[in-house]
Design a protein around this ligand. Structure first.
Ligand code: GLC
Length: 557
């Protein structure tokens, strides 16, 4: 293994797991998940093979957008615990070789934040210019992030006697990041949490954070490239902690995402969520057509070696399909969320994956095998490892944010309090805790949970997937999708059958003249290479990962 592959890029070989403390485990019995509960279950996550926890916002907040409306960046929401307990989470994770990253939500604050309260109170307040105020909203409308729910991006504030800007809800006022004082404060927030031991940040809404649109008095920022600010943030992060990372939410087409990695060697975000592949994966699954993914791969820009995509199938938000054409989106809606109630904002689905696939285990495993073999660091959303479903009676995106299902006990093992005290309803019906829970799946060797544990172990052993260069391998029939990953003379090829019919294909390895066989990394055994081809069969929705064995090379155990 070359020196380039060593642990200084720990995040490339990572398995990330996103959770909301509020819905993970309630340890004090008040009905709300807490940091003490999370500490209690760190061993569960370590056992699963997770190496990085991404904690959704846990700060004081009026909680109108699930904590993404923060009213104090330097504290812990008292419902969830204390700063002391936060440090215990970090410490518990560290002792199991795990790292913790947290959300950095600094595009906006809650309007209850003391900065906003001061800002609105008077034109002379030192905080006035911390937000974006105008006498008249611009004639040119801005895009709303939550169409139908948000009511515009400018709101009149009678106390201030001016309008303030908000890219998101009206209770989330945009900070004026062109103001040097705001920038200094954002750096201070990062410095604070780094000092407490976090390994980096999932940066919320990065394109909106950088944008200058709407800001009236740009001062020194006028005419400067907004990406300079991201470079400054990155440099600050690295000065404070050399191995910390920025993982950015940038939902843009791949070519536009590239610029968020920064200059040639990568001097902005380390990781960017790969929204385009995610959306196309659903289209490919809906059509049973691997060519959709071949085309998506072709659109991916080259990523600097010190950067990487973060891949996911579901997260805490709606499954956005905004990068698909209207026709393609309609196809995915028809396949996976036909009822209007399953859809949201005209662009997405408020569902989890297992119910979308009618609980079909073969298809579910195919989808996750694909995820874990794609270019990038895979990110799981809590409950995916056991196949949790959504609860549509919950409002909007909350449908996928229900309490974690630990057991079939009352309260799903999440809490001993009455369900009315929970942050949201438990899932009802087929995917509810009686049928889908951790305790039952631990005992069943064929469960999704144990399957995930095996998949994650294999992924962590397969450095080619973490560090190598990717390309699609053109194969037919069209229901099959093959891609390979090359790293330092070693090659891994993954093959996925998106269709309901068995597939036999001949996998080409023309450019590897000394290839003698393929080691099957998921089920064991090997396939000989004959005349530069390997004959591979795939069951309906089958998936296989292979490492190419070259003459004289050892086999993979
Ligand atoms: C991001 C978050 C989303 C939140 C929004 C506003 O998109 O993922 O959950 O509502 O930012 O902070």
């Amino acid at each position: 293994m070359s020196l380039r592959a060593t642990s200084d890029r720990w995040w490339k070989g990572a398995i990330m797991y996103c959770l909301d403390v509020e819905t993970f485990l309630d340890w004090d019995g008040d009905g709300v998940g807490d940091l003490a509960g999370l500490t209690e279950r760190i061993d569960y996550l370590a056992g699963l093979g997770v190496s990085v926890l991404w904690l959704m916002p846990f700060h004081p907040s009026p909680d109108l957008d699930d904590g993404y409306d923060i009213s104090d960046f330097y504290a812990v929401d008292p419902r969830l615990g204390t700063l002391g307990e936060f440090v215990e989470v970090i410490r518990a994770a560290e002792s199991r070789g795990m790292r913790v990253i947290i959300d950095l939500v600094v595009n906006h604050t809650s309007i209850e934040h003391p900065w906003f309260q001061a800002s609105r109170s008077s034109r002379d307040s030192p905080y006035r210019d911390w937000y974006v105020w105008v006498d008249e909203p611009p004639a040119e409308p801005m895009e709303e992030v939550f169409p139908g729910e948000q009511g515009g991006t400018w709101t009149w504030d009678a106390t201030a006697g001016q309008w303030y800007m908000h890219r998101f809800y009206d209770f989330q006022a945009d900070l004026n990041v062109a103001n040097p004082a705001v920038r200094q404060e954002i750096a201070r927030i990062m410095g604070f949490w780094l000092q407490l031991g976090v390994s980096g940040f999932r940066v919320d809404a990065v394109p909106f954070l950088l944008e200058h649109q709407g800001i009236p008095n740009l001062g020194e920022e006028a005419g400067r490239d907004p990406h300079r600010y991201l470079k400054e943030l990155r440099a600050f992060l690295q000065r404070r902690r050399g191995d910390a990372i920025l993982l950015g939410e940038v939902n843009l087409p791949p070519a536009d995402q590239r610029v968020f990695f920064g200059d040639e060697d990568g001097d902005e975000l380390h990781l960017v969520f790969q929204f385009s592949i995610m959306q196309r994966a659903y289209l490919a699954l809906a059509r049973g057509d691997g060519r959709v993914l071949e085309a998506a791969f072709a659109e991916l820009p080259e990523v600097p070696f010190d950067c990487q995509w973060a891949t996911f199938l579901r997260n805490h938000d709606e499954l956005t399909l905004d990068q698909l054409s209207d026709k393609e989106r309609a196809e995915v809606f028809a396949a996976f969320g036909p009822d209007e109630d399953m859809q949201v904002y005209g662009r997405g689905l408020r569902r989890r994956l297992p119910p979308m696939l009618d609980g079909d285990q073969a298809r579910l495993r195919l989808a996750y095998s694909l995820l874990f073999s794609l270019p990038g660091t895979p990110v799981l959303f809590y409950g995916e490892e056991i196949g949790m479903g959504e609860e549509l009676s919950a409002h909007g995106r909350s449908a996928v944010r229900t309490p974690m299902q630990w057991s079939d006990e009352p309260g799903a093992g999440f809490s001993t309090a009455p369900e009315g005290a929970f942050p949201g309803p438990l899932v009802q019906g087929t995917f509810g805790p009686a049928a889908v829970n951790v305790a039952a799946q631990r005992d069943d060797p064929d469960s999704l949970l144990n399957w995930f544990e095996r998949l994650i172990r294999r992924r962590r052993e397969t450095h080619e997937l973490a560090l190598g260069t990717y390309r699609a391998v053109v194969t037919r029939p069209k229901s099959a999708f093959a891609h390979r990953c090359d790293w330092e003379g070693s090659t891994v090829i993954a093959v996925h059958n998106l269709g309901a019919a068995r597939v036999d294909l001949r996998l080409p390895v023309d450019d590897l003249p000394d290839a003698v066989a393929l080691d099957d990394l998921l089920r064991g055994g090997r396939i000989d290479v004959v005349r530069k081809r390997a004959a591979v069969d795939l069951e309906p929705y089958g998936y296989r990962w292979f490492r190419v064995v070259r003459e004289g090379q050892r086999t993979t155990p």
